[in-house]
Design a protein around this ligand. Structure first.
Ligand code: NAP
Ligand code: GDD
Length: 328
């Protein structure tokens, strides 16, 4: 039974990756950082099947001892400060975790067992002010946020440890992927949650920033399969993963409100305070390498994804109302 260590197991992708690896027959060890209350909402249903251990990407010693004790065959480094706006208000912390944290994990692998296969969660945010459309593995990076800058560091240190020390280390350059488990601050979930609350009479407007930004949005459950496939290849290589389609935040609103019979123009308020100091205007993947070499294809279309997220938030709010937790 192979063992996988997942950092960031409490996050959106960590929860889907855990489900996927358990189905593949892995023993899953999940690293969580110490907190005064547990944050296991997304992995609650998996807790009896996995091992939770404490560690932090800030702390080199914790990474070394986890690798020594649990002897993973594969490490999936999903942990990060992943919200782009926070990277402007906490740029140094973002660099510590999202950039230097990658080096700490690579160092731990190098010292404990250089045969461990390593996946780094890189991001299409690295393309930023995109120098090529669509974006592929060879497109130069032009990050537009401290988060994007930190991810560029994480990408290159992964490539560097592969080339310097012969590690099986790969960088998966993933475009935006969403689900009903997405954090509430990201735009797809903010919209699906807002639509549900408006439909149920719990809110009467939704404040958003730039409606013209375009993203290549897919379903997170599909993307964790690509992470695993990258570590099963004969040679370590980097891959772009996305759908090859792009949609604006405005189209997202149109679809999400339309799904419950509402017109987004009656509820969405554009708020300049939610604009970013520097925006990424257009992201669209060229996933042809992943398709050809990994045999990877997305299975959920953009309209299906939006409907799935709105329906899940409607159910969640209806259940709260039914249980008497909320009165309209
Ligand atoms: P997420 O939901 O924000 O999860 C981030 C995870 O990192 C959480 O489990 C968090 O723990 C953990 N974490 C943060 N700081 C840590 C630290 N110092 N030490 C240990 N763990 C720490 O992110 P996600 O959407 O699942 O994304 C997973 C990874 O893929 C991230 O690296 C993200 O940057 C990258 N990525 C995401 C996308 C996307 O569209 N989702 C696209 C490209 C790349 P807590 O629960 O304790 O906060
Ligand atoms: N969050 C948010 N909130 N975004 C908004 C809003 C709003 O109220 N209004 C408009 N937007 C626009 C943002 O300006 C951005 O252009 C777009 O919606 C998407 O924002 P997010 O959903 O916050 O995601 P992101 O693209 O910045 O970053 C996500 O995807 C990256 C991959 O490209 C995160 O998951 C990153 O961790 C990930 O690397």
């Amino acid at each position: 039974m192979p063992t996988a260590l997942i950092t960031g197991i409490t996050g959106q992708d960590g929860s889907y990756l855990t489900e996927f690896l358990l189905q593949q027959g892995y023993r899953v060890v999940g690293m969580v950082r110490r907190a005064s209350t547990h944050n296991y909402e997304r992995i609650q249903h998996l807790l009896d099947k996995i091992t939770i251990v404490q560690g932090d990407l800030h702390d080199q010693g914790s990474l070394l001892s986890l690798l020594e004790e649990y002897k993973p065959d594969e490490v999936y480094n999903l942990a990060a400060q992943s919200f782009v706006p926070t990277s402007w208000s906490q740029p140094a912390l973002t660099g510590e975790v999202t950039a230097l944290g990658v080096t700490r994990m690579l160092e731990a692998i190098r010292y404990v067992n250089p045969k461990i296969r390593f996946y780094q969660a890189s991001s299409s945010e690295m393309f930023g002010k995109a120098l090529e459309v669509p974006q592929r593995e060879t497109t130069p990076f032009y990050p537009r946020s401290p988060y994007g800058v930190a991810k560029v560091y994480g990408h290159w240190i992964t490539v560097n440890y592969r080339e310097s020390f012969g590690l099986f280390a790969v960088s998966g350059i993933l475009f935006n992927h969403e689900s009903p488990r997405r954090g509430l601050e990201f735009v797809t979930r903010k919209v699906s949650d807002g639509v549900a609350r408006i439909k149920l009479g719990l809110a009467n407007e939704l404040r958003l920033g730039n409606l013209e930004a375009r993203r290549d949005w897919g379903f997170a459950g599909d993307y964790v399969r690509a992470m695993w496939l990258m570590l099963q290849q004969e040679r370590p290589e980097d891959f772009v993963v996305g759908t090859g389609e792009t949609h604006s935040v405005r189209e997202l609103c149109e679809l999400a409100f339309g799904h419950v019979g509402l017109d987004y123009r009656d509820y969405v308020v554009q708020d300049e305070r939610l604009y970013r100091p520097a925006e990424v205007d257009l992201l669209i993947a060229d996933p042809s390498k992943a398709r050809a070499r990994l045999g990877w294809e997305p299975t959920v279309s953009f309209p299906e994804l939006v409907r799935m997220m709105v329906d899940a938030d409607l159910e969640r709010w209806k259940a709260k109302i039914a249980s008497g937790q909320l009165v309209r």
